[in-house]
Design a protein around this ligand. Structure first.
Ligand SMILES: [Zn+2]
Length: 160
């Protein structure tokens, strides 16, 4: 793994012994945190991955807050990405190929499409913004990204 990070000029230093084969929390399984994205590491690395220890607890807090929010009106918080190895990060066409926090186990994508695709774009945008604000309150950073950053309007949240 260290060689993969070196060969793709990733800006993080990572240690092999950070990687684990299990993790997660009550509502977010290890595969969901480590494998729910296309073209990634499942062939070569899965189930090995790395999620910074604070993330699962913060996600649980965000989930509880979001599910209680009547404006959001959701009954799940669906993730579309979590940890990505450097090859996987390249495969998904990351806009930050050498410094994406996904490769440091510090970023999560939430599929707002799965939640609000059936709404009008303005209604979808309003809920995206409301969920983003809740994530900020929990302590997540959204790195200045907006509803318009990605075509599928996923919400990228991370910690430094
Ligand atoms: Zn992301």
């Amino acid at each position: 793994m260290e060689a993969e990070y070196d060969s793709l000029s990733v800006e993080f230093t990572i240690a092999c012994d950070w990687f684990t084969r299990n993790g997660g929390s009550d509502n977010f399984s290890w595969p969901e945190l480590n494998g729910y994205w296309a073209g990634g590491n499942e062939g070569t690395h899965n189930p090995w991955g790395y999620i910074t220890s604070g993330i699962p607890g913060m996600l649980e807090t965000l989930r509880a807050t979001a599910l209680a929010d009547t404006f959001l009106n959701i009954n799940l918080l669906p993730l579309s990405s979590g940890y990505r190895c450097p090859v996987g990060n390249t495969n998904v066409g990351s806009s930050a190929p050498t410094r994406s926090r996904h490769m440091a186990g510090r970023a999560i994508d939430i599929s707002t499409r799965q939640l609000w695709e059936s709404l009008s774009e303005s209604e979808w945008r309003a809920r995206y913004n409301a969920l983003r604000d809740l994530a900020s309150l929990v302590g997540f950073d959204y790195e200045g990204l907006t509803f318009d950053t990605y075509g599928d309007h996923h919400l990228h949240i991370s910690i430094e």
